[in-house]
Structure formats: structure tokens, C-alpha cells
Design a protein around this ligand. Structure first.
Ligand code: ZN
Length: 267
């Protein structure tokens, strides 16, 4: 599932590709991916300019000229492509927003969705979501306090959207590896020094992820050399040597998350 760095990458590139442009047409192939009848949806978004695109947690918000918003969550397997009809990936398209002869294709939306909502409804959807880990106001002290209140193990606490926004299964493995912390220990048991290390690792990994365009395997457009250059340290690398100590990376199911870590240098 795309996490904070992937959605941040989409946000930046979509802002330059469709920001300020007008939706000339919309096509809905899968009505379950939207929240109102297709005809109504198409009518509501056609001829609307995209005022701005923002991100919160793993969501993107497309702000339309008339004040309403399109709220996107890609969930598992969702991705986007922008381009001409002839460049369209050979996949089933669930939703298509057109901008003249170029289109934004939404692909792999099974649980993912694009909902047309009022700004108030968007805010309500974010009500329970925790702070953005890269927000300058999210200090080490605030992080320590949040973590010390938690009873769960590190892996589940880090991926809990109510604790921190935008971190999922992949980057949590990367952060815990970087901080040299075992994923199956209690979050509330970490001392201040370990928490400070984790706080730095969260920021380091997210910045690196954004800088390298996340891990998405599909490019956003023809000639896209920016998306998906992030190389995982441990996630998905079972039995490969740990980049720090060369021990084989272990894969374990931790609270129903496939978790990758180094049993030797994470403790
Ligand atoms: Zn190691």
C-alpha cells in the first residue's frame, strides 16, 4: 500500500501536471470506487478547475474550484497514471479524469476510492488521524509522550494511523531497522534515548523516501524518472544480508503484518 512518501510524490507531480487545470470529462468504470451515482459525480466534477492538491496521511485531497473536494485513498494495489489515450497502461481503469487530450487514470482501485465530499466531510474523515511525522510542530517531546502512552508492540503502534499519520507496513520496517529496534517489543518500554533515535529514524526514512520518489513500481507518466527509486533496506529482503551487520534478514508475521528485521543488530 502506498504510504506517506508515495502519496507525497504523487502530490508534488500531480500539482505540476494538473494543478490549475480544468477537468473536461470524467469516466467511471467502477461505481463502487465513488460515493455518489456516476452521473451525478461526472456532472459535479466536469468543468471544475483543480485549485490545489494536498496530502494528509495516506490520502490526497483535490480541491475543486466550487469548494468541494475529491478525497483519494489508493489502499492496497491502487495507483495512478497521467497521459494521453495511447500511453494508457494495459490495465482495467476504474476512474478517468480528463484534462483535454490528457487523462488521469485510476488503476487497481479495489478497496481504494475517490469520494466527492465537502471540506467539512474531509475534515471529519481525518478526525482520528494522528500528527504528520514531518510536521515541524511535531516535536520529539510530543513523540515521546505519544509512544509512552501506548501498550502495543512497536510494529503495530508505528503503523497505527491514530498514533502517527502515513506510516505503513513497509516504511515501519525501514524505520525500526534504521533505529536498531526490534519490532516486537513494547512501544511503552522504550527509554528516552531509544525514542529519540526512533524519532530521528522516522524522519530520516520519510525524507529519503520522498527524495527518492517512494517505492511505487509504476511510473506516473511517460518519461517519469523520479518515481520509485527508493530501495528498501530490509523490507521484502528475507534472507538477504543486513546492510549493517550482514546477518540474514528475518521475516516474521507480527500481529498479522509481514515484518522484516535483522535479529542481530535490532534489539
Ligand atoms: Zn543487522
Amino acid at each position: 500500500m502506498p504510504e506517506l512518501p508515495e502519496m507525497e510524490t504523487y502530490k508534488t507531480w500531480l500539482a505540476s501536471l494538473i494543478g490549475g487545470r480544468t477537468i473536461t470529462n470524467a469516466m467511471i468504470q467502477r461505481e463502487k470506487s465513488i460515493n455518489i451515482p456516476a452521473g451525478k459525480f461526472m456532472k459535479a466534477v466536469t468543468n471544475q478547475k483543480i485549485q490545489s492538491i494536498s496530502r494528509r496521511a495516506k490520502y490526497l485531497i483535490f480541491q475543486l474550484e466550487n469548494g468541494s473536494c475529491l478525497l483519494l485513498h489508493l489502499m492496497l494495489g491502487g495507483w495512478m497514471f497521467f497521459g494521453k489515450e495511447e500511453d494508457k497502461p494495459d490495465r482495467t481503469i476504474q476512474i478517468q479524469l480528463s484534462f483535454g487530450d490528457r487523462h488521469l487514470f485510476f488503476i487497481g482501485l479495489r478497496l481504494g476510492y475517490l469520494h466527492l465530499l465537502t471540506p467539512e466531510a474531509v475534515q471529519a474523515a481525518f478526525e482520528k488521524i494522528g500528527p504528520e511525522p514531518l510536521d515541524p510542530h511535531f516535536t520529539l517531546a510530543a513523540f515521546q509522550q505519544r509512544m509512552q502512552q501506548r501498550r502495543g508492540i512497536l510494529k503495530t503502534v508505528l503503523t497505527n494511523q491514530e498514533v502517527l499519520a502515513g506510516i505503513g507496513n513497509r516504511y515501519s520496517d525501514e524505520m525500526l531497522w534504521h533505529a536498531q529496534l526490534r519490532p516486537d517489543q513494547k512501544a511503552g518500554h522504550l527509554d528516552n534515548q531509544q525514542l529519540a533515535r526512533l524519532y530521528e529514524s522516522i524522519r530520516f526514512i520519510l525524507h529519503k523516501g520522498i527524495e527518492q520518489g517512494g517505492y511505487m513500481e509504476h511510473p506516473l507518466h511517460v518519461g517519469d524518472g523520479k518515481t520509485g527509486r527508493y530501495q528498501m533496506y530490509v523490507h521484502g529482503r528475507e534472507n538477504e544480508p543486513c546492510p549493517r551487520c550482514s546477518s540474514p534478514i528475518r521475516k516474521e508475521e507480527i500481529s498479522s503484518h509481514k515484518t522484516y528485521f535483522c535479529p542481530r543488530c535490532q534489539y
